[in-house]
Design a protein around this ligand. Sequence first.
Ligand code: FAD
Length: 351
Amino acid sequence: MKKTNYIIVGQGLAGTILAQTFLMEGKSIIVIDELGFSNASRIAAGLFNPVVFKRLVKSWLADELLPSMEEFYRHAELLLGTQFYFKKQILKPFAEEQEKVLWLKKSNEDIGKYLGKKMYDNYINDIIYSPLGASEVMQSGNLDTGIFLTSFRNYYNERELLLEERFDYKQMVISENSVTYKNIVAEKIIFCEGYKALENPYFSWLPFKLTKGEIITIKLNGNHVIPIDKVINKGVFILPLGNNTYKVGATYEWQDLSQLPTEKGKSDLIEKLQKVLKVPFEITDHQAGVRPTVSDRRPLIGLHPDHPSLAVFNGLGTKGVMLAPYFAKQFVNFLEHQLPLDKEANINRFR
Ligand SMILES: Cc1cc2nc3c(=O)[nH]c(=O)nc-3n(C[C@H](O)[C@H](O)[C@H](O)COP(=O)(O)OP(=O)(O)OC[C@H]3O[C@@H](n4cnc5c(N)ncnc54)[C@H](O)[C@@H]3O)c2cc1C
């Protein structure tokens, strides 16, 4: 029998960041993941943005999440010797005059630290539609989730910390203080399965309200370039990847919860993109995934009510990149140091 402190099921953003937080705490882990069983983390644009555009307010816990995120991803880059965390302003072309007025007003409030003071008139007008001008969000950017997850996958493989297989719930033997899976004994198993939690017989009762998302990759035709290294956000986001290539997304769909890209998703994105981008482009890739969104839009973290050796770290919804480092640290402190878990994130709010 092999002994470990924690088995973590899932190596998406949730599982990877939780596993690394345990390792930083000196705990032992084994990660179990079947590549591609859920795609959300790998196909995500990985954007982080402390501002909710609709009402121009701070996103939930933005002031707490940003420093945690910065510390975690910078540390991970040093550990793995790879770059995947990028600071980029999000350029927001105004859709109506009112938006501009609100932006100027809010710039003097607490949220103002995230709102650029500069107002651009007719910004790069030959490439994007911005007749009413634009401004930009500060302290935003993106995580290249593909590089991030693959780098950690290699890191775990080199250290024999990863089992590449589908987790089989029938092979789990649960007792009060430990849990055995095949030849591994752990203090706890923590499930980080994203939307596949619905197939987990112990946690399928959680109130997920899943959202499929599609995303395309485009290349501008001819010699056209967008001459700024910023994310553009107007109806859709346009994230520069380099080499005149951009990720464009994303759709929100609540009925069809397959991971297959659809013609409808593609045409919705093209239609929105053509309202922002003035130059021709071709589509070079098209992907889909299912976000683990929750009825009350808060994470799902905590211990199983009847089996304390089973736990869950999930429900990161549309904001896995920002939420995971802060809540992974909080969950590790809860498990290892009996510190409290945020009531809004603790799954016991549903029991
Ligand atoms: C189109 C799209 C765009 C997005 N854009 C952004 C964005 O810009 N910024 C942002 O912060 N978030 C974004 N998101 C949301 C983000 O992807 C999620 O918040 C995040 O990926 C959730 O991570 P997770 O690890 O909980 O789940 P997942 O990514 O679903 O990972 C779960 C992992 O567990 C594995 N797994 C599940 N069950 C089993 C099992 N039984 N056995 C073995 N392995 C298993 C899966 O294969 C997978 O590797 C986007 C999502 C989509 C779909």
